[in-house]
Design a protein around this ligand. Structure first.
Ligand code: NI
Length: 410
């Protein structure tokens, strides 16, 4: 399948200015981009004339618990401890089918805001994987692992089962491991997870220093010894100890900043500028819909831009959405030959995005990527003009509400 997207305006990478041209997609990958006027059109299976529209790489949301759309608005206005108590109680009532529909809703929300890939940590992750398969988005999934009630081995086993069943599915679904946090996982548990991660050659993701009191609960040198910092997405990092950047700088990591969730739960503001200045690979995540409550990752980028004020440039910001997570996971985040064809087509001629002369600024500082018209993942259109191509969203929303009601009743 060879597709030509012609007459587009494109921003091909984090540091590129918008240019007019064509994008060629073949076998799920970008086969090339060019700025020529005359393409030989008979070599293509599909030609889309996208005059007036903007093509950009798909954004990546590097931290969420996508099925928490079920609890959106349940415990708003509570500080972290009381919020968590409420959520943990609600989560004991979860079941597979509710997670499936909630994941369809959450992934749909991300797609509608120009996001083509996300990292997840939750339970019933098999149901999340089925939703990802069905809607067509790209995902990096983990089973949340805690080591608090003797159920550690069972949870690790479940994570491994999901790995065996889904890792590599359609070249879109990848499975890693999700130790929840060092205050819910012992060092022994982290060691065990790190060892399995290495054997299976995959990634881990973990919440780290989300709250100020975590500084007294565990130390970087102990964490480092467990091996958990290899191929790891470190989430939040709002209150890092002094040696944080030095230690993580020695390993292959990606930090996921979730400023909306941190502020909403009263945990403070992540030290974005310190990380940027030290060259730490950065990305943005929304966290779950119970603590944000939006899954639009562009809003997180907007907040980072505000936190940094005049000390950051647009390329550094776009890199958090495209380049850094793209590099961490492979060849993603650019419209460039050989990269995955995960892209978003936007109508930039909406009030939030004009004047078009400052389009890059407007995309970041409006907190929305214009009006998303089409979304492609791995060379396949999954969203076209308000409709999902693989799932009936009206039906999904109806089923979703039924499950929310059932969870509220018990
Ligand atoms: Ni989280």
């Amino acid at each position: 399948m060879k597709i030509l997207l012609k007459n587009v305006l494109m921003i091909s990478a984090y540091n590129a200015e918008p240019v007019k041209g064509n994008v060629i997609v073949e076998s799920g990958k970008i086969a090339g981009i060019n700025t020529c006027d005359c393409m030989e059109e008979d070599q293509f299976d599909e030609i889309e004339d996208l005059s007036g529209l903007l093509v950009i790489p798909g954004a990546m949301n590097t931290h969420t618990h996508v099925a928490m759309t079920l609890f959106r608005g349940f415990y708003d206005g509570l500080e972290m401890k009381r919020w968590l108590d409420g959520i943990l109680r609600a989560e004991t009532r979860l079941y597979d089918e509710a997670v499936y529909y909630a994941s369809l809703v959450g992934t749909a929300e991300m797609v509608r805001h120009g996001c083509t890939a996300f990292v997840d940590m939750y339970f019933f992750e098999d149901a999340v994987a089925r939703a990802v398969r069905d809607i067509g988005i790209r995902a990096y999934l983990t089973r949340g692992i805690v080591d608090v009630d003797g159920g550690l081995d069972k949870r690790i086993r479940e994570n491994m089962d999901i790995f065996e069943q889904w890792h590599g599915y359609d070249g879109r679904i990848w499975v890693g491991f999700g130790p929840h946090a060092p205050y819910t996982c012992s060092m022994k548990c982290l060691e065990k997870v790190a060892r399995i991660r290495e054997e299976l050659d995959t990634f881990v993701t973990i919440h780290l220093y989300e709250t100020a009191d975590e500084r007294c609960k565990y130390r970087m040198e102990d964490l480092e010894k467990t091996g958990i910092f290899e191929n790891a997405i470190l989430v939040h990092c709002v209150h890092p100890p002094e040696d944080f950047t030095e230690v993580v700088g020695k390993h292959r990591i990606l930090v996921s900043l979730n400023p909306a969730s941190n502020m909403k739960l009263g945990n403070g503001i992540p030290p974005f500028m310190e990380y940027l200045e030290k060259g730490i690979p950065l990305s943005v995540g929304t966290d779950g819909a119970a603590s944000n409550n939006s899954l639009n990752v562009w809003k997180e980028l907007y907040l980072c831009a505000l936190i940094a004020g005049d000390r950051v440039n647009l390329s550094e910001l776009f890199a958090m959405l495209w380049e850094m997570p793209g590099k961490f996971f492979g060849k993603l985040g650019r419209l460039q030959e050989g990269y995955e064809a995960d892209l978003v087509v936007i109508n930039p001629e909406v009030p939030e995005c004009v004047p078009l002369g400052s389009l890059r600024n407007n995309l970041v500082y409006s907190g929305i990527p214009g009006e998303v018209v089409y979304v492609m993942v791995k060379g396949e259109w999954i969203y076209r003009e308000g409709h999902f191509t693989k799932v009936d969203m009206k039906e999904v929303l109806k089923e979703f509400e039924k499950h929310v009601e059932r969870l509220r009743m018990h």
